[in-house]
Ligand binder design. Structure first.
Ligand code: AMP
Length: 221
């Protein structure tokens, strides 16, 4: 199956995408994770995108499109964080056509802006193992320290109030038109992203199970 998962940063799509990938045996392709790994390894690409990410802006399509092309050659994936612009959605259609791997479904995790701000600005991450905690919703056992590896937790630079507001603005302006794009292609399913993570996960799985029943696949013209 070939899925994409849409929604603003902080909607919980990363966590949900990982769980879906494990459950259905798909590859989880997160463009945010790929870019953060490049930054961690201090590659040329990492250095060129670090400031953009920290300030909540988007990385250029010229970088993102070939990057994704390399990661979705297989037949089973859930793409998280891409597409983020209409141009990227069109490019994804082109990539799918090239690899003969039509998209099956676009999942949208719906969460209001106010909740996103609260969730993200309270987030603390482990710089060593990548675990993410939240001061209210998922606090570490010992304040300020990672449960897994005991490393002091940090606030990611792109998790500040200012950056979150910027990301939301960009989401509404540039990413939201994609929702309509997939809706018109009859590929979109909305899932409420508020409440218990297990319940949200079950709702997402149910939607995917329905689509797994064989049907005529979508192939861009
Ligand atoms: P995420 O973890 O998906 O929230 O992504 C973190 C950051 O990486 C975003 O705020 C963007 O700066 C950058 N990024 C990730 N995916 C894309 C994309 N498809 N297009 C442009 N920038 C991206």
């Amino acid at each position: 199956m070939r899925l994409i998962i849409l929604g603003p940063s902080g909607a919980g799509k990363g966590t949900q995408a990982k769980r879906i990938a494990d459950y259905f045996g798909m590859r989880h392709v997160s463009t945010g994770d790929i870019l953060r790994e490049e930054i961690r390894r201090e590659t040329e690409l990492g250095k060129s995108v670090e400031d953009l990410i920290d300030s909540g802006n988007l990385v250029d399509d010229e970088i993102m499109i070939p990057l994704v092309d390399n990661f979705i050659k297989e037949d089973n994936f859930i793409l998280d964080g891409f597409p983020r612009t209409l141009n990227q959605a069109l490019a994804l259609d082109e990539i799918c056509r090239k690899h003969n791997t039509p998209l099956d479904l676009a999942l949208l995790v719906d969460v209001p802006d106010g909740v996103i701000v609260e969730r993200i600005t309270g987030r603390k991450a482990c710089p060593k193992c990548g675990a993410v905690f939240h001061k209210t919703f998922f606090p570490p056992k010992k304040e300020g320290v990672c449960d897994n590896c005991r490393t002091p937790l940090i606030q990611r630079e792109d998790d500040t109030h200012e950056t979150v507001e910027r990301r939301l603005l960009i989401y509404h302006e540039l990413t939201e038109p994609i929702v309509q794009y997939y809706e018109e292609k009859n590929l979109l399913s909305r899932v409420n992203g508020l409440g218990d993570a297990n319940e949200i996960n079950n709702n997402l799985k149910n939607v995917i199970h329905v689509v797994r029943v064989p049907r005529i696949p979508y192939m861009p013209e």
